[in-house]
Design a protein around this ligand. Structure first.
Ligand SMILES: *Cc1c(COP(=O)(O)O)cnc(C)c1O
Length: 421
């Protein structure tokens, strides 16, 4: 079969050699997946998920028992009082936006303590001037950077929690920065520090790409809200849209009043038939996340052994599903993305090329052949064509697909003479 996919014996042998050393690591990932599978299953049984919950509602969506039960299941999985899980939440940025704007009022200050937030949040917050930003509504912003070694700057964090700070934000995943991703244990230290200064400060964690990578979530260690996208880990590849906020009853209610309207909150919002995919996607999410994680580790080992810088490196512990590989040349980034695209179940025949995307300061190349447009729990890769010429790779709905994608990428790099095995 590999031959049929144009993969040479050299690439197969090289990959098999790498895999031999990964057995134990993969076993540990499977243990985490098993724990999380049981956690999700227990939540579904506790709330008596049944066929009646899969029916579509329309119009206002009052008394949508499927939607309401799904939110109870999410709250149980994340061990929170409440959750808001909706197709009306259009993406991760939107979920974060309503979590913030629902819980902040004019005169309040928000403080990010994990350095610069994810790009799209800059306009939500108003770090980059933008219409309708929190800044326009009189919410101010402060930031404490991580230390050079990637740890929280606990002393500076404590100092920065002044009387006007209402909410503290933490981003679990590195996103597209080169810092390490934060483990839940590290996040706990930071939350403890924040709460030691003032118990009533709301801590929100941007949980994107982190769900089910560990057995505990930031909400298990004191976060008042965890927020993420359903076209990443928790949607399990099946959710066609959506986002979630799980947290205290008050925080979730405030976010709901922002998502719909003051007064209506969680009571409205028809599910239009997608709720069964949310349930089933959540059910599959622990296993899908494990597959993506194995793919990331496999890639790190392949490319580190070939002499490239990889972040995280091949032995580091993992706290999200993103893998960066620095090729150092535009050709490296382009060949890698071509290989990933050629392994896709959808649009495998198209050839990705760098283009000047709005909002970026260099041409960007993207590889994705996904069932759900833009879904990054599906096998995907992208990279800006600028130094250090790094490609960011994530996803794979199954481990074997992620593996094939990486092998195709390696083959493409060989075929294009970027490297030789
Ligand atoms: C993906 C992501 C977001 C939100 O992105 P959307 O594209 O709007 O879903 C926010 N923060 C982090 C760390 C992310 O990875």
């Amino acid at each position: 079969m590999f031959k049929e996919f144009g993969i040479s014996e050299k690439v197969v042998d090289f990959s098999n050699d790498i895999l031999k050393d990964l057995k134990e690591r993969f076993e540990k990932i499977d243990e985490i997946a098993e724990y999380n599978q049981l956690k999700v299953l227990a939540a579904m049984q506790k709330h008596k998920v049944s066929e009646a919950h899969f029916h579509a509602t329309t119009g206002y969506g009052y008394n949508d028992i499927g939607r309401d039960t799904l939110e109870e299941v999410y709250a149980s999985v994340f061990h929170t009082e409440a959750a808001l899980v909706r197709p009306q939440i259009t993406c991760g940025t939107h979920a974060l936006c309503i979590a913030l704007s629902g819980n902040l009022r004019p005169g309040d200050k928000m403080l990010y303590i994990s350095g610069k937030p994810y790009d799209t949040l800059e306009e939500v917050i108003g770090i980059r001037e933008s219409k309708g930003s929190l800044a326009e509504y009189g919410v101010s912003y402060g930031q404490v950077d991580l230390l050079p070694n990637g740890e929280f700057d606990i002393e500076e964090i404590k100092k920065a929690i002044t009387e006007d700070v209402k909410l503290v934000g933490i981003q679990r995943s590195k996103g597209y920065a080169t810092r390490p991703t934060l483990s839940v244990a590290k996040i706990k230290e930071a939350i403890d520090a924040v709460k030691s200064v003032r118990e009533d400060v709301i801590v929100m964690v941007d949980n994107c790409y982190g769900e089910f990578v560990e057995t505990i979530e930031p909400s298990d260690v004191g976060a008042d809200m965890v927020v993420g996208s359903l076209i990443k880990n928790p949607g399990g590849g099946l959710a066609p849209i959506g986002g979630y906020i799980a947290g205290t009853k008050e925080c979730v209610e405030n976010a709901a009043f922002r998502l719909t309207t003051p007064g209506l909150g969680k009571e409205v919002g028809a599910s239009l038939g997608v709720i069964s995919t949310f349930f089933q996607g959540l059910f599959l999410a622990p296993e899908v996340t494990a597959g993506a994680l194995k793919g990331a580790i496999f890639a790190a080992n392949i490319f580190e052994n070939l002499g490239y810088k990889v972040v995280p490196n091949k032995t580091e512990s993992r706290h999200d599903i993103i893998q960066a590989v620095e090729f150092g040349t535009p050709e490296g980034v382009i060949s890698f993305c071509k290989g990933i695209q050629a392994a896709a179940p959808v649009d495998s025949y198209v050839v990705p090329e760098p283009w000047d995307m709005p909002g970026y300061d260099a041409p960007v190349i993207m590889a994705a052949g996904a069932f759900v447009s833009g879904s990054s729990i599906e096998l995907s890769a992208d990279g800006p064509i600028k130094p250090p010429y790094a490609v960011y790779f994530q996803g794979g709905l199954t481990w074997h697909h992620a593996k094939l994608g990486i092998m195709k990428a390696l083959q493409q790099l060989c075929d294009d003479k970027v490297l030789t095995l």
